[in-house]
Structures are given as structure tokens and as C-alpha cells.
Write a protein that binds this ligand. Structure first.
Ligand SMILES: Nc1ncnc2c1ncn2[C@@H]1O[C@H](COP(=O)(O)OP(=O)(O)OP(=O)(O)O)[C@@H](O)[C@H]1O
Ligand SMILES: [Mg+2]
Length: 448
């Protein structure tokens, strides 16, 4: 108990929480730095990856790098409501712009106090000379007075700001938006927020006399589809960074570095570390999750633990509850049936699957109720469990979903079975695949 209070668990499983040790992601950070130094900006960034792969954490890292290089970072999380219409998206950007300028003015920003004071003086001078103000109200008034469509008016505001940024020698402006999968065009309602954003940035990038402007969009893999479906046909404007899971060495470093300082009190033999490394499979969220559970279990057991005691049953339950249950709880019985079928499909070497493959799988089942697979898969996409891949196939948004689904279904079956008068025969159709070694895993050094 006393040990508990002496050691603060360093791991940070959660959404967007900076890890105690950021493993890997070096090449993405180098690529970002290179793009900051483009003489003329022609390439923007699309950062994608599955849930919990570390997109937000990397985006925060990019923000810090950008600011250290004298760029102004304007951005936020997009929500469905803020990205629904062109007008709303423009308003979101104006709000973030005003906020970023205010923060830059207030903060003790710059390599030195002198540099900060000089920047502030230059901005004040310009404000006096041409009567510009950069509060939200002033930017909104500018937007409303500008002529044309929301895209023309947003462009006018951004030009005004980037011209100022050029005068005060800010290196550039980044529009950095997370959860960009919320951003897509809605042709049926004649609303094109994604196209508007891209057109606006592209127009700014072609103008002289402005500070450079770079767009960084970050989100789940479907953001790429939303991009190709825009009417701008400008996916060539983007360098796509797809975050993969971490390699085995990176995973080991992410796990062991944060607890090195506790080595006198927490004993972590190599086989225990290897077990945790393998359990995490290189998924950043799982590294933090199992890391935290490891420290808790070590503390509970007086600082030593044999590998076969990890993870506790409670840890597995917490994992399912944290990563999965909110989405699972919103599914219907029919959707669960389909998820069970997907999770127990025999060929799991490939991460994605098609409606047709599932139909064939289901074809052997004589009692099959008629399911419209395509429609149901789209329903699961809407619930956030699946996404459509670029090739019109489907895949899970959360890593390890298959194992979690099978655990859920087994538990539900066990509970129903416990209420039956006669013991039913053991369930056959949701069997846990025992040999899940996949080529994808082998690729990055994962053999299980
Ligand atoms: N490179 C890394 N090394 C170690 N841990 C990491 C790394 N990247 C992310 N993490 C951890 O993984 C978890 C998920 O990170 P993050 O929230 O950035 O993922 P995400 O891809 O943005 O997820 P979502 O799609 O849900 O928004 C966090 O707990 C974070 O601390
Ligand atoms: Mg995120």
C-alpha cells in the first residue's frame, strides 16, 4: 500500500495524452520538418491511422516543432457539427485563428524576451498603421463584409492575416485539424466544406507576398476517401503519413524507458517485459494500457511478478471496457451477429474484408436469416466500428476488435447458458482462432 503512494504510475492510456516516452515516429517528424522548409508550399499533410495509433500525440509534436520554427499553428479538433457546412467551418477557422494570434501575442513567445517584445511591437505598429485588429470580432466583421461565397470570404480573411504574418516575419501559418474524418462534402445539401478548405489553402499557396500556409489534416483512414471525393481533385496536394503500429524494439523502449527509474523497487524480468511487449502488439494505446496495468500489478504484489500472472482478469475486462464497450453497447443483436461472423472469419491474415466474402461465409449456414450485408456494414461504419477502405472493402477502426468481439460474445453466451435448465451444447460458431500468425505481423517482427 505504502509503495503505491510512492510511485506515480507513468503510463498514459487515453485519447491524446502525451506518453511518458514517445517511441518511433522519427521519419514522420523528419518529413514534417522537411515540409516546413519547402521554398514554395506545394505539399500538405494527411496524417491517418487507426484509433489509438498516436495521431493526436504526433500532431501535438508537430505543433511544438512548428512553433519552435516560428510558425503560427491554428487548429483544433473538428466535430461533426463544426464541419457540417461551409459557413460553420469558416467560423471554426476564424475562432481558431483569433485564438492562435491572441496566444502568440500574450505568450512569452520567441527565443528570447527581446524577440517576443519585437514581434509584439511590430504587430502593434501594423495595427496602428492600417487599423487592423485580430480579435474574433474583427476577423468576423472582415469575413462578413467580404464579397462572395464563404470560400471567398474565408480566403479574404486568411490573406489579410497571412499578409500581416509576412510583415512581422512569422515563418508561416499552419491550419492543423484533428478528427478530420468529420470533414466531408455533402453534395445532396450543396455543402462542400472539405472542398472549401482545400480550395482556400490552395489559392493562398499560389499567391506571392503572403507568409506560407500549410494544411495538416489528421484523422481516421476514411479521411482519405473524403479527400478523394472532393470536387477539387487535389489529393496530389497531400503527402499521406499513415501511422502503423510500432516495431518491436520501439515497443520495448516505450515500455521500459518510463519505469527505468523505479528499477530498485519494481522488478521486471525480461520474460515479463517480453510478455507485455507481445500483448501490446505494437499498438501505442495498448502499450500505455498494459504498461499501466503492469505497474499496478507489480505494486499490488510487492514489486515482483511472474510472467504467467500477467495480465489479471480485471485488466482484460478494463481493456474491453475502455477501448470498445461504448461502441459495442450501441449495436443491435443483428449487428452483433454480423460482428461475430466477421470476428471468426477464417482468413484473418488480411485486415479487411468485403460484403461478398461475408456472404459466402454465411452461405453454409442453413438457418441464416436474410441479411443485407452491404447495408449492415455501412450501418457499422456509421456506428464507428468499421470503416470503408480505399478499395471499397471494410476493416475495423479499433485494433484487436476481433478478439474483443469474441470475448464479448462468449461472455454473453455463458450468461445465457447459465440460465438454461439443460446445459446446451458448447457454442460452435464463435470459436477463437488459435493460430492467428499473420503475414502483416511477421512483416514488422511480430511472431506470436
Ligand atoms: N509513439 C508513441 N509511443 C508511446 N505511446 C504512444 C505513442 N503514440 C501514442 N501513444 C499513446 O497511445 C495512446 C493513443 O494516442 P492518440 O490519442 O494520439 O491516438 P489517436 O491515433 O489520436 O487515437 P484516436 O483515433 O482515438 O483519436 C495514448 O495513450 C498515447 O499516450
Ligand atoms: Mg486522436
Amino acid at each position: 500500500m505504502q509503495k503505491h503512494s510512492l510511485i506515480e504510475n507513468p503510463y498514459r492510456p487515453g485519447a491524446g495524452h502525451a506518453p511518458p516516452y514517445l517511441a518511433g515516429r522519427r521519419s514522420e517528424q523528419d518529413q514534417f520538418l522537411r515540409l516546413l522548409h519547402q521554398p514554395i508550399i506545394t505539399q500538405n499533410i494527411l496524417l491517418t491511422g487507426l484509433r489509438g495509433f498516436g495521431k493526436t500525440v504526433l500532431l501535438d509534436q508537430m505543433k511544438a516543432t512548428a512553433e519552435a520554427n516560428n510558425w503560427l499553428w491554428v487548429g483544433n479538433d473538428l466535430s461533426e457539427s463544426s464541419a457540417l457546412t461551409e459557413e460553420r467551418l469558416a467560423l471554426r477557422i476564424l475562432t481558431d485563428l483569433a485564438q492562435a494570434i491572441a496566444t502568440r501575442m500574450e505568450a512569452n513567445w520567441g527565443p528570447t524576451q527581446v524577440a517576443h517584445d519585437r514581434l509584439q511591437q511590430r504587430i502593434e505598429q501594423i495595427t496602428r498603421d492600417d487599423g487592423s485588429a485580430f480579435t474574433f470580432d474583427a476577423l468576423k466583421a472582415h469575413y462578413e463584409q467580404a464579397a462572395g461565397l464563404p470560400s471567398d470570404r474565408l480566403r479574404s480573411v486568411l490573406m489579410h492575416v497571412t499578409r500581416l504574418a509576412h510583415k512581422v516575419r512569422i515563418s508561416g501559418l499552419i491550419l492543423g485539424y484533428d478528427e478530420a474524418q468529420c470533414l466531408c462534402d455533402h453534395a445532396e445539401r450543396n455543402e462542400y466544406p472539405m472542398s472549401m478548405l482545400i480550395e482556400t489553402v490552395s489559392a493562398l499557396q499560389k499567391k506571392d507576398g503572403l507568409t506560407p500556409c500549410l494544411l495538416v489534416l489528421c484523422g481516421l483512414p476514411q479521411v482519405f476517401d473524403a479527400l478523394i471525393e472532393t470536387r477539387t481533385y487535389t489529393e496530389r496536394m497531400f503527402q499521406v503519413m499513415t501511422l502503423d503500429r510500432l516495431s518491436k524494439d520501439e515497443t520495448r523502449a516505450a515500455l521500459t524507458t518510463p519505469i527505468q527509474k523505479f528499477s530498485a523497487r519494481l522488478h521486471t524480468p525480461p520474460e515479463l517485459i517480453e510478455k507485455v511487449v507481445n500483448l501490446s502488439g505494437g499498438y501505442p494505446y495498448l502499450i500505455q494500457f498494459f504498461g499501466r496495468e503492469l505497474v499496478e500489478q507489480l505494486l499490488e504484489s510487492g514489486g515482483t511478478l511472474s510472467a504467467d500472472k500477467f495480465p489479471s482478469a480485471g485488466a482484460v475486462e478494463r481493456l474491453d471496457a475502455g477501448l470498445f464497450s461504448a461502441r459495442w453497447n450501441r449495436t443491435t443483436d443483428k449487428q452483433r451477429e454480423l460482428l461475430g461472423l466477421i470476428a471468426s472469419r477464417p482468413l484473418q491474415s488480411s485486415n479487411d474484408f468485403s460484403a461478398r466474402e461475408l456472404e459466402q461465409l454465411r452461405g453454409n449456414d442453413a438457418d441464416a436469416t436474410a441479411l443485407n450485408f452491404n447495408q449492415m456494414l455501412l450501418g457499422l461504419c456509421e456506428r464507428g466500428l468499421l470503416y470503408r477502405t480505399r478499395h471499397g472493402r471494410y476493416a475495423f477502426t479499433v485494433p484487436m476488435s476481433e478478439a474483443m468481439i469474441l470475448r464479448r460474445l462468449r461472455r454473453e453466451e455463458d450468461i445465457s447458458a447459465s440460465w438454461e435448465v439443460r446445459a446446451p451444447s458448447p457454442p460452435q460458431h464463435h470459436h477463437v482462432p488459435t493460430n492467428k500468425t499473420s503475414t502483416a505481423r511477421q512483416k514488422r517482427g511480430w511472431f506470436r
